[in-house]
Design a protein around this ligand. Structure first.
Ligand code: HEC
Ligand code: HEC
Ligand code: HEC
Ligand code: HEC
Ligand code: HEC
Length: 294
């Protein structure tokens, strides 16, 4: 690992330029990424991963770590409900559920994101079952994205049934009264809709980029954290690494029906040894690796 930190530290001492998936404006016109200071990687097994896995994925194994140096809790909000409040006097705040030492959710991210805007018609995300307020865009197949870690957070929010829009409830009314129903009706009126229009409470969710709290190098993710287990991430499920069809069709393109060996053996034979591109067996390709295309 080599470093070139001095010039960067001196010019950007006060502001670190970056953008998130839900907080999109950048502070400066230079991207402040890990590679600004760190280049290369000492472990050869990891080198083949760097093209598609962000540094943060392996180096931020947990977030909202509870530091041991004080009594204070570094818990982060994981859920917010406007249907109750946790203050004894005004200003009333919605109930906030917090937790420590959380495992991220993982998504491919191209650096672009889709955020809910006031007036958009809300639509349920079939994977999470909730209404998205922010989503990283990207996929295993698009050639731009890398796998990133995200904080996942949910909230209960009102949805206007006639317009299908999420209601921006009137927070000043809520802070003064803790009356979520009145704040919702006022929110409808603020949006130019009927204050007595029907609405319901729905669950929304958001993905927030994780860039802070890099752990000591010895805590970086190991092979088994990602391969051969779905406890942390589901590579062959939502992340897109399943076969593109049944083994009866995929595996008989080149030879007769063979036994399906474990992941490492299949790739060692077909990718490393025979040089076949991923697209023979998966629905994505890795053109940068100069493998044999179908
Ligand atoms: C696939 C997981 C993985 C990815 C992706 C990854 N690392 Fe690492 N990194 C590790 C592991 C594991 C170690 C522990 C030592 C080792 O095996 O090299 C490590 C060690 C390090 C170290 C300690 C010094 C050293 O070289 O041992 C630094 C600094 C580092 N990584 C920075 C980065 C940066 C910057 C990126 C993105 C360009 C990155 N890593 C991407 C897994 C990863
Ligand atoms: C502004 C420069 C800078 C940036 C940006 C930066 N680092 Fe570092 N990083 C450093 C320096 C300096 C060290 C300490 C090197 C040392 O002690 O030898 C370090 C140390 C590390 C270590 C080793 C920790 C250990 O156990 O010793 C890891 C891992 C690491 N950085 C990963 C990252 C990742 C991942 C990112 C992006 C999220 C990142 N760094 C962004 C400057 C930077
Ligand atoms: C952060 C999760 C993560 C960790 C840690 C990790 N991998 Fe991977 N690995 C992946 C992903 C994702 C891919 C697919 C990369 C791509 O899309 O190009 C992959 C691809 C592979 C492949 C596929 C073949 C190829 O040529 O690309 C092999 C083999 C592999 N990893 C072995 C390992 C080994 C060995 C380790 C430990 C030294 C390891 N991986 C650590 C996530 C991980
Ligand atoms: C000859 C067919 C074949 C090719 C070519 C191939 N794969 Fe796979 N891959 C598989 C099979 C089979 C599995 C599922 C193994 C299992 O179910 O255990 C798999 C699973 C994976 C997984 C998930 C591993 C896990 O830990 O669950 C990753 C990541 C992966 N492949 C990456 C790649 C990449 C990157 C390439 C191209 C560089 C590639 N594969 C090329 C057959 C292939
Ligand atoms: C793109 C062509 C291609 C595809 C697709 C393919 N294979 Fe192969 N496979 C080969 C070749 C070439 C060999 C090596 C034959 C030899 O060395 O004689 C091989 C060898 C094997 C072997 C023997 C491995 C060994 O370790 O000696 C097994 C098992 C196997 N394949 C299983 C599969 C499975 C399971 C699939 C589907 C996931 C698959 N193959 C898809 C081309 C392919």
């Amino acid at each position: 690992m080599s470093f070139s930190v001095a010039p960067i530290l001196s010019s950007f001492l006060y502001i670190i330029a970056a953008n998130g998936s839900d907080l999109r404006p950048t502070d400066l016109d230079v991207p402040m990424v890990c590679e600004k200071c760190h280049t290369g990687h000492s472990s050869s097994a990891n080198r083949q991963h760097l093209a598609r896995i962000a540094c943060q994925t392996c180096h931020i194994p947990t977030f909202a770590k509870d530091a041991l140096d004080s009594q204070a809790s570094e818990a982060t909000e994981t859920h917010r409900s406007w249907l109750s409040n946790q203050s004894v006097a005004a200003p009333f705040h919605p109930t906030s559920t917090k937790a420590n030492d959380l495992v991220p959710r993982y998504r491919f991210w191209s650096g672009f994101s889709s955020n809910y805007l006031l007036g958009d018609v809300a639509a349920v995300d079939s994977i999470t079952g909730n209404y998205p307020t922010s989503r990283p865009e990207g996929s295993v197949a698009d050639g731009l994205s890398k796998l990133y870690p995200f904080k996942y957070k949910t909230a209960e929010q009102p949805l206007a049934l006639l317009s299908g829009e999420l209601i921006a409830l009137d927070t000043s009314l809520f802070f003064a009264t803790a009356d979520a129903y009145a704040a919702t009706r006022q929110g409808l009126a603020n949006m130019g809709q009927g204050a007595n229009d029907p609405y319901e409470w729905v669950m929304t969710d958001t993905f927030q980029a994780l860039n802070h709290e890099v752990s000591p190098a010895g805590e970086a993710l190991q092979c088994a954290d990602c391969h051969g287990s779905t406890t942390r991430m589901d590579l062959k499920g939502e992340l897109g690494y399943q076969l593109k069809g049944s083994t009866a069709t995929v595996c008989t393109q080149c030879h007769g029906r063979e036994e399906v060996k474990p992941f490492y053996e299949v790739h060692s034979k077909h990718v490393e040894d025979k040089g076949y591109d991923c697209s023979w067996c998966h629905s994505f390709s890795r053109p940068e690796r100069g493998l044999r295309m179908p």
